[in-house]
Design a binder for this molecule. Structure first.
Ligand code: SAH
Length: 421
């Protein structure tokens, strides 16, 4: 093929695309078509289980037989995803006759359209053609993806410096989204290992003008922020806990109203004992657009990192996550410890070190066996992770002797020993 392809973004929303074939190639191609909103008609005597699941979910139409010319009625595009060259050529011929572009998995040179290697970064889509060599296209695509993830590219088009939040005329990644107005994202940073933030959380972090970070947020994530990002350390805000929260809410709202893209970075998941709901309401009440990006919570990840699954077939069919920051006998306690003592499954206690002796006593007093396995995982998923294994009856004393410190989760239940070898 001598002439180079003409790149084009097809807007397939509601438009008929015919996919011929129901095997591995179709399985890989169909999701992007559905994502583009295409009205997909799949023609194939057989389907992979993944495609069948989408048919069952009503996401696409399936014609369970071999291709017939009338299948192309009303189609804007055809994807031929079959190995048989004769059958593929037959589809191509009908498509060409009707002036419908045709992508061919079996023979690129015979195709009238090529699909590029693609990487998506929020609102930005990068499509790469490798001059007929798909491997070259993928290599270039991978390099671009790495650059976008590292924000090296967007640095070149970063918002003007000096403006609060680089608001007006921002042309960075946020600008590309079509929004230059301020907004807030409450982002879960994960339990400690910087690689355990979500892809979306990481992307938003690279787009932020202001980052308001918690004490428990992985330091390495902050280390990679651009020099012009304003970093607010929420744990350094003076006043008592409730005034400090009001102050954080005020900072989020003020910065966003000044036009900044604000990321409120929180340990684990924003809604697990993280006061994310209060921050969301504060933003919403001020009319500031706000989104929540879930995070990997330490209540599951810290036990996992210590080799403890919170559920296991035949061992625990439930896990309960509870905060231990209020003593069980305190009038302020909202937890029915007596009821928790009656559960057979896994109990995960966050913020429970200080009250651990009273918590263990209460659980035992209400019937949970003192022999129940228990573990404490300190700084799970980080390089400083420590695990202490004990029993419900002894865990408080053992944790004190071993000088276990926060942040730590306490796990109670038979799952503590399930994966022991
Ligand atoms: N939103 C967080 C929890 C905030 S409460 C989440 O979803 O993980 C803070 C408590 O979380 C700490 O007191 C501790 O009990 C627990 N915690 C957070 N990070 C932890 C870690 N890396 N290892 C063990 N426990 C952790």
């Amino acid at each position: 093929m001598s002439a180079s392809p003409y790149p084009l973004g097809l807007r397939l929303d509601g438009r008929r695309v015919v996919v011929v074939g129901g095997g591995a190639v179709a399985t890989r191609r169909v999701p992007a078509l559905l994502d583009a909103g295409a009205d997909v008609l799949l023609v194939s005597p057989e389907l992979t289980p993944a495609l069948r699941a989408r048919v069952d979910a009503g996401r696409l139409h399936w014609v369970p037989r071999r291709f017939a010319p009338e299948d192309l009625d009303g189609a804007w595009l055809v994807q031929v995803a079959i190995d048989d060259p004769m059958a593929a050529a037959a589809v191509s011929a009908v498509a060409a006759e009707r002036r419908i572009f045709c992508v061919r998995a079996d023979d690129r040179t015979a195709a009238t359209a090529w699909t590029p290697a693609v990487t998506r970064h929020g609102p930005v889509t990068v499509a790469v053609f490798g001059g007929g060599d798909p491997r070259r296209a993928m290599t270039v695509r991978d390099a671009v993806r790495d650059l976008l993830a590292a924000r090296v590219v967007s640095d070149g088009v970063a918002p003007p410096q000096g403006l609060p939040g680089g608001a007006a005329g921002a042309s960075g990644a946020a600008g590309a989204a079509g929004t230059t107005a301020g907004r807030v994202a409450l982002v879960g940073a994960g339990p400690g290992d910087p690689e355990l933030i979500t892809v979306r959380g990481w992307r938003l972090l690279t787009e932020a003008d202001v980052v308001v970070a918690d004490r428990l947020v992985p330091g390495l994530l902050l280390d990679e922020l651009r020099a012009d990002v304003e970093l607010v350390d929420a744990s350094k805000i003076p006043y008592g806990p409730s005034r400090a929260q009001e102050e954080i809410n005020r900072i989020l709202v003020d910065r966003a109203q000044a036009g900044a893209v604000v990321v409120r970075l929180k340990g684990g998941d924003p809604y697990v004992f993280g006061r994310g709901g209060e921050e969301l309401l504060a933003c919403a009440q001020a009319g500031v657009p706000v989104t929540v990006v879930p995070g990997v919570t330490s209540s599951i990840a810290a036990p996992a990192a210590a080799g403890i699954p919170v559920t296991h077939r035949g061992v625990a069919h439930e896990f309960t996550v509870v905060s231990g920051h209020v003593a069980p006998d305190s009038p302020a306690s909202l937890v029915r410890w007596d009821a928790l003592a009656g559960l057979r499954g896994t109990l995960v206690i966050l913020m429970g070190l200080k009250n651990l002796a009273a918590i263990a006593e209460t659980l035992i007093a209400h019937g949970r066996s003192p022999q129940t396995p228990a573990a404490v995982v300190q700084e799970g998923t980080t390089g400083a992770q420590r695990t202490l294994r004990s029993t419900l009856g002894a865990v408080a004393a053992d944790a004190r002797t071993a000088d276990v410190r926060p942040p730590a989760v306490v796990v109670v239940g038979d799952v503590v020993h399930t994966l022991d070898t």
